[in-house]
Design a protein around this ligand. Sequence first.
Ligand SMILES: N[C@@H](CCC(=O)N[C@@H](CS)C(=O)NCC(=O)O)C(=O)O
Length: 210
Amino acid sequence: MSLHLIIGDKLYSSWSLRAALAIKLTEAAYTEQIIKLNQADTHARILEHSPTGKVPLLKSEHGTIADSLAIGEYLAERFPEAHLWPQDIAARAQARSACAQMHSGFFALRGNMPFDLSRDQALTPMPAEVQADIDRIVALWWECRAAAVEKGPFLFGEFSLADAFFAPVAVRLRTYRVELPSEALAYIEAIYQWPAFKTWQQAGLTERGL
Ligand SMILES: N[C@@H](CCC(=O)N[C@@H](CS)C(=O)NCC(=O)O)C(=O)O
């Protein structure tokens, strides 16, 4: 069975973006299906594929995989030559840690700064707990990049699952016009220049005729 990725609207679905960037990294062929979020039938349509009621979902010959992190891990295992995780064990451990922190944390940022690729407006006033999340993320990015600055512009030099996981954060920080140190701005620009991201962004803006 070929790979079939089920996602939400590209404009709004940050978890779907993570899975889509991960699958692009593998360069594997796949088909894609969008289920529009926030519609009367959204939940029912997702339930046709998975009892989780959430997207993204990846259908494969190994079953339907729910959750962006599980999808990333599955793809890393299935396509080892794509090196979705950094090859160095210490960097790989840090990359897994960074993804897990994103996956299970930063609730203030996620709750107060909903993902919307088309937004271009600051959040005012900036809640202290959101600023704390932002400060921690910027520090985390620097921790990741410290050993990789010579190797490339991404968190571990070359693009990895960690960048797929933080791409939606980069979008939030840019679209909410957050003031940031130059290193963080450079990292966000690297995400925005990544062809797979650009394709997603264009499709997302086109979805709503923007
Ligand atoms: N932890 C999950 C989160 C998935 C999630 O919350 N997806 C949202 C869209 S971004 C969703 O499916 N919402 C549908 C709904 O709530 O009806 C993951 O990593 O995939």
